[in-house]
Design a protein. Structure first.
Length: 349
């Protein structure tokens, strides 16, 4: 009898142990399993671009959820933008023997091109991890939607080119250049976006106004190389610097002649010289008035320019190069300001 009772107790203990083990297993199976996107990395073969955001639960689930969703959307926008930034761009248009003037002008135009941002959707998936005290959110966008948005923008830019069909072919070369400049931000933005989209698609894209874009671009290239400047010294003392100043301006990319100039530089120079050990130091006080072919002053330059060298002529040449460099910057700024003014007044761009 005692043996039977002993065996019964053992059986109850065993059954109790098995039951507890089954309960523990069931509890474990009921625990939430985090979705794979919490730890997964970006899949290049996926049809989507996706990004996640997260926020602590400290301030409540509702606020944490909104923060996580906002973070996911922001990260997705950065991902889309970064993907576009790593693509080849045609902004750096190859031009043979680009002069400093042309280089500065193109750089200034590109700086005015407004960046294109694709609108990304809100995060639509949320996971609350109580153990980690964190809310996670997932935002995603189909890669095809990016293609469609870029193509729509590209077509709009292509159509926008028709606003610049009637550029002037009359007047000085500078006036003709100023007439065509307002089209350049559109041309730059169009070429850049087209290159991005072609990279996405892996094929070339033909647009209705490809020929017009090429024509306007080539026309600008030609006009930039044809700008003529004439020098007009204010005094005999100033005229002594004309040969060196002419050389400095020519190195910037300008044609220097008195025949049909686009701009006449009426200038004054006062020189101060000193020597520091073995180096000559030349300081030039330069004033310059830029006068167009109609006799109108379009810009002025006034500053002090310095040069140092073991040889006095080279020190003077360095100071004059600085003078010419600022004169070029002034022409570029004046031209781009005009470009922006025309686009703002006529097209609200």
């Amino acid at each position: 009898m005692k043996k039977a009772l002993f065996l019964f107790v053992l059986s109850v203990w065993g059954l109790s142990g098995c039951t507890q083990s089954m309960v523990n297993e069931n509890e474990a199976s009921l625990k939430k399993v985090a979705p794979s996107w919490i730890v997964s990395t970006q899949d290049e073969d996926s049809e989507y671009l996706y990004a996640k955001g997260q926020a602590p639960l400290d301030e409540g689930q509702a606020d944490a959820t909104e923060q996580a969703k906002a973070s996911a959307k922001q990260n997705l926008a950065a991902l889309v933008n970064g993907r576009m930034q790593t693509m080849p761009s045609t902004k750096q248009i190859a031009v043979e023997e680009e002069t400093p003037f042309e280089s500065k002008l193109r750089k200034a135009i590109r700086a005015e091109v407004k960046g294109y941002q694709i609108t990304v959707p809100d995060a639509d998936t949320v996971y609350v991890d109580d153990e980690a005290n964190t809310v996670f959110a997932l935002a995603k966008i189909p890669k095809a939607a990016i293609d469609d948005a870029m193509m729509e923008r590209l077509q709009a830019l292509d159509n926008q080119l028709t606003d610049y069909l009637h550029v002037s072919g009359k007047g000085s070369k500078l006036n003709q250049l100023l007439s065509i400049l307002p089209a350049m931000p559109t041309i730059e933005a169009r070429a850049d976006l087209k290159a991005h989209l072609e990279n996405f698609k892996g094929e070339s894209i033909t647009l209705p106004h490809d020929q017009l874009a090429e024509l306007l671009q080539k026309r600008m290239n030609t006009l930039v190389d044809q700008i003529v400047i004439n020098l007009d010294a204010s005094t005999q003392e100033t005229a002594a610097f004309e040969t060196a100043f002419r050389k400095a301006l020519a190195s910037e990319g300008f044609n220097m002649t008195a025949r049909k100039p686009d701009l006449t530089f009426k200038y004054f120079i006062e020189a101060n010289e000193s020597k520091e050990e073995t180096l000559y130091k030349v300081s030039l006080i330069g004033d310059l008035e830029m006068i167009n072919d109609l006799g109108v002053t379009v810009a002025t330059v006034s500053n002090e320019y310095q040069g140092m060298n073991e040889m006095k002529p080279e020190a003077t040449g360095a100071a004059l190069m600085a003078f010419a460099d600022e004169a070029t910057d002034t022409i570029v700024k004046t031209s781009v300001d005009y470009m922006n003014k025309v686009n703002q007044l006529n097209y609200n761009r």
